[in-house]
Design a protein around this ligand. Structure first.
Ligand SMILES: Cc1cc2nc3c(=O)[nH]c(=O)nc-3n(C[C@H](O)[C@H](O)[C@H](O)COP(=O)(O)OP(=O)(O)OC[C@H]3O[C@@H](n4cnc5c(N)ncnc54)[C@H](O)[C@@H]3O)c2cc1C
Length: 384
């Protein structure tokens, strides 16, 4: 049974990256999970196949196309990889690539973007030990020095931090006064940057998270992304793409699982019939299908709004993140329940549940998506 019905122009990238992920990521996913590592070889292979050049304008070294094309390719990887953690690491990197392509200067395009298109690993670091939801409370500071900036502070729980080469960092510039939040692009291989040990998570073990410490790390003057002091406005655009990707990835990841559970419930028998004949079972299965359809639709609508610079983009991307992560958790629970005892045994079904739970927190919690949705609604109304 094929669940995905995509418009013809999106079919190629989707299928191409589903197949690449099935070839390079899926066969090594269980081993990577056991070892709790990001599969760098698979990462490099996908980069070699041009994943990160999709959506990036040709003059910046990309293959052109749109950010929706990149999202479609990442959804293909979610479907074919059998590895949600790996896909979430891709999302973190995708946000950085788009941030540089859209908001970067010629210097960023020449010096920061090329390695990220070729296979280097990126991260976006907002959260600090004292809290992640209220990003404006960041304590990391950058001070101007003769040739650039000195960055001091620490970030916590950052996807890809243990292995990343470059990161987008949110920091304050106290010299700017009240509006001081600024984004910086940091080479994580520079002196003054330290990494914490990989964190031990409940799931998503193929997506390493950890801390980054900056001990007066020197950044060149050009390291600022966007306008100094206007970092929050740029950040909201950057994280909106990540949020929309969560919904799309949730939908794609669930598709093969839906096929599998339909086959399972057809074969499994209770009360003299296959369990698929029982309406309560059918309800759980149709709920998964509904999640797939809704998460995909709202995510694509969020990405369209971002590409069109629509005022509702941030709102719709928050809806996509919320629907995707909540739907994924509910679906993972349904997939587990439908298998009865064997669903609760250690293995890929219970692993799905553990992985899915992480998506409720990564990328901003459901409460924060709701808060953003309301704020955006009120802002749009006040503009009328
Ligand atoms: C797998 C994973 C990957 C991650 N990757 C990254 C990354 O790449 N980069 C990064 O910067 N961070 C990352 N994080 C961190 C994540 O963004 C934060 O954990 C998240 O934003 C929540 O912050 P917190 O954990 O500090 O919780 P807190 O902000 O302390 O919040 C605790 C609870 O209070 C609730 N809450 C807070 N304020 C309100 C409010 N006003 N109204 C209602 N409820 C509220 C929250 O929703 C939450 O339930 C990752 C987290 C996980 C689990």
């Amino acid at each position: 049974m094929t669940v995905a019905l995509l418009p013809p122009q999106e079919l190629d990238l989707d299928q191409q990256f589903t197949e690449l992920a099935a070839r390079y990521v899926a066969p090594r996913a269980a081993q990577a999970y056991e070892a709790e590592i990001l599969d760098r070889l698979a990462w490099r292979r996908l980069a070699q196949h041009g994943l990160w050049r999709i959506g990036v304008p040709v003059e910046l070294g990309g293959t052109g196309g749109t950010w929706k094309d990149l999202a479609t390719a990442i959804a293909g990887i979610a479907r074919g990889s059998d590895d949600l953690g790996f896909t979430l690491s891709l999302i973190a990197h995708a946000g950085l690539v788009r941030a540089i392509a859209v908001h970067g200067t010629a210097w960023h395009h020449d010096h920061v973007l090329p390695p990220l298109l070729r296979g280097a690993i990126g991260a976006t670091a907002l959260t600090e030990t004292h809290g992640g939801s209220d990003v404006a409370r960041t304590r990391t500071q950058a001070r101007m020095c003769e040739d650039g900036w000195l960055l001091r502070g620490a970030k916590d729980h950052i996807t890809n931090a243990p292995v990343a080469d470059r990161a987008l960092i949110l920091a304050r510039v106290p010299d700017l006064g009240r509006r001081d939040i600024t984004l910086f692009l940091v080479n994580l291989r520079s002196p003054g940057v330290r990494r914490g040990a990989p964190e031990q998570l409940l799931g998503l073990r193929t997506s390493p998270t950890g801390a980054l410490h900056f001990d007066d790390a020197f950044l060149p003057r050009e390291a600022v992304l966007g306008t100094p002091g206007e970092g929050l406005a740029t950040l909201y655009d950057v994280i909106s793409f990540d949020r929309a990707l969560y919904g799309l990835v949730a939908a794609a990841y669930l598709e093969p699982r839906l096929d599998e559970i339909v086959r399972f419930t057809q074969k499994r028998e209770a009360f003299g019939a296959s369990i698929l004949d029982h309406q309560y079972v059918q309800g759980r299965i149709t709920d998964i299908r509904i999640t797939i359809e809704v998460a995909r639709a709202v995510s694509l609508s969020g990405i369209d709004a971002l590409v069109d610079r629509d005022a509702e983009a941030s709102l719709r991307c928050s809806v996509a993140k919320l629907v995707g992560s909540e739907g994924l958790v509910e679906a993972a629970q349904n997939l587990m329940r439908l298998r009865g005892h064997i669903g609760y045994m250690r293995g890929h079904i219970s692993q799905d549940m553990q992985d899915a739970l992480g998506t409720l927190i990564a990328g901003g919690t459901t409460e924060m998506q709701r808060k953003n949705i309301l704020n955006q609604m009120l802002a749009t109304r006040s503009e009328v």
